[in-house]
Design a protein around this ligand. Structure first.
Ligand SMILES: *Cc1c(COP(=O)(O)O)cnc(C)c1O
Length: 381
């Protein structure tokens, strides 16, 4: 047991090409935003059906900029899941708008669109769905609701680069789509994010929003038209992203393969609630950033913290995706409390993220499944 290396729940794949590329950029004399960012944006645009794409230094920044681009602020409501990373509701609050949390489906962990329709008011300006774990939300239903009610859509696709809906890549159609290149995502730039946009005018606006609100004047001087932020991605990071994007399909195919091993091998007593395996006939549309079953806590004599400690003692890392955003100190101040979003709250209690990254082997999946099985059997009541 001691001879087996620690298995983290996520690990980026950085090849020699990435390392050599970074050294090249460092030696070039130009390390912040420049030619590598332009190349990376062009490559992302090609990947996303030639839609305009602009990169930023995080998905969180891209979410904030997307909200600003839509003119969303005080008095406006944005519908979002609470079963998501804090970044989305945080940025809604940061621009002065109100997040309206809606419950998710227990199985897909994605927005319940019946609940979305009930949550729409005259103040609703946008829907901000998360494609949880890389499984797209029902895009037909999402855009039908948005069209009917004249709402903007900001897709939080931080976990979904390479996912698709009926053969069309997430980010290649729709309104605004945000991606993350944090090291735990399907491709990385260390830190970084991207925003796919419906047109070039919006892309020009994003360039200002991400860089001080600066406009270049014909006489070579600069003007500022609003107080923009500072969210540009350096060339060093963009260079890593170019190599990662070239390998993304390979990485995602490997993730799907490892997940099929999980589905085959993770048969525990008491049983976990396994994640949604992808839409029937469109399984390749799931990019599998996370493999996160729900623990059978009511049939266990230990809690989740003890379960994770036991896995850790086997040399296996795990994560929590996610705590319920509406029950954080911040959003309790907006009046949210326990019992309002039952599926979200159950997921927040029971979820555990197991190791999944492209360089894992089948033997690693076997090791995780054996350890989870042993720990659960031991704790069975
Ligand atoms: C990771 C993540 C983010 C934030 O991404 P950063 O690039 O770290 O800002 C936002 N939303 C979701 C769903 C995420 O998983």
């Amino acid at each position: 047991m001691a001879s087996l290396p620690y298995l983290p729940f996520a690990r980026p794949v950085l090849d020699e090409g990435a390392i050599a590329g970074v050294v090249e950029v460092l030696r070039s004399g130009w390390i912040t935003t420049g030619p590598q960012v332009q190349k990376f944006e062009a490559a992302l645009s090609d990947y996303l059906g030639r839609r305009p794409v602009r990169v930023l230094n995080s998905a969180t920044a891209a979410l904030e900029v997307a909200l600003q681009l839509c003119g969303i602020g005080p008095g406006d409501e944005v519908i979002t899941p609470s079963q998501t990373f804090f970044a989305a509701p945080n940025m809604i609050a940061k621009v002065g708008a109100t997040p309206v949390f809606v419950d998710v489906d227990l199985f897909s962990r994605n927005l319940d669109f019946d609940a979305v329709e009930r949550a729409i008011t005259p103040r609703t300006k946008a829907i901000m769905p998360t494609h949880f774990a890389g499984l797209p939300v029902d895009m037909d239903r999402l855009y039908k609701i948005a069209e009917q009610h004249q709402l903007r859509v900001i897709e939080d696709a931080a976990l979904a680069i390479g996912s698709s809906w009926r053969g069309q890549r997430i980010g290649s159609f729709g309104d605004l789509t945000v991606f993350s290149f944090h090291p735990n995502k399907n491709m990385t730039t260390i830190e970084g994010g991207a925003l796919a946009l419906p047109n070039e005018e919006d892309a020009c606006e994003v360039e200002k929003l991400r860089f001080h609100g600066i406009t270049r004047l014909p006489d070579g001087t600069r003007d500022v038209t609003f107080p923009g932020g500072k969210f540009n991605l350096p060339d060093v990071n963009a260079r890593i992203g170019i190599g990662q994007l070239a390998r993304l399909e390979e990485f995602n195919a490997r993730r799907r393969e490892l997940v099929s091993h999980y589905f085959q091998l993770l048969k525990t007593d008491p049983p976990c609630l396994l994640p949604h395996s992808g839409y029937s006939g469109d399984e390749a549309g799931h990019s599998w950033n996370l493999f996160a079953p729900l623990l059978p806590l009511e049939r266990m004599s230990i809690d989740r913290k003890q379960f994770r400690a036991a896995l850790d003692a086997h040399g296996i890392g795990s994560g929590i995706s996610y705590e319920a955003a509406h029950l954080t100190t911040l959003f309790r101040r907006y009046g949210y409390c326990e019992g309002e979003l039952p599926n979200t709250e159950r997921i927040a209690r029971e979820t555990v993220t197991l190791p999944l990254f492209p360089t894992m082997r089948r033997a690693d999946v076997e090791r995780v499944c054996t350890a989870v099985g042993e720990v659960l059997l031991e704790a069975k009541i």
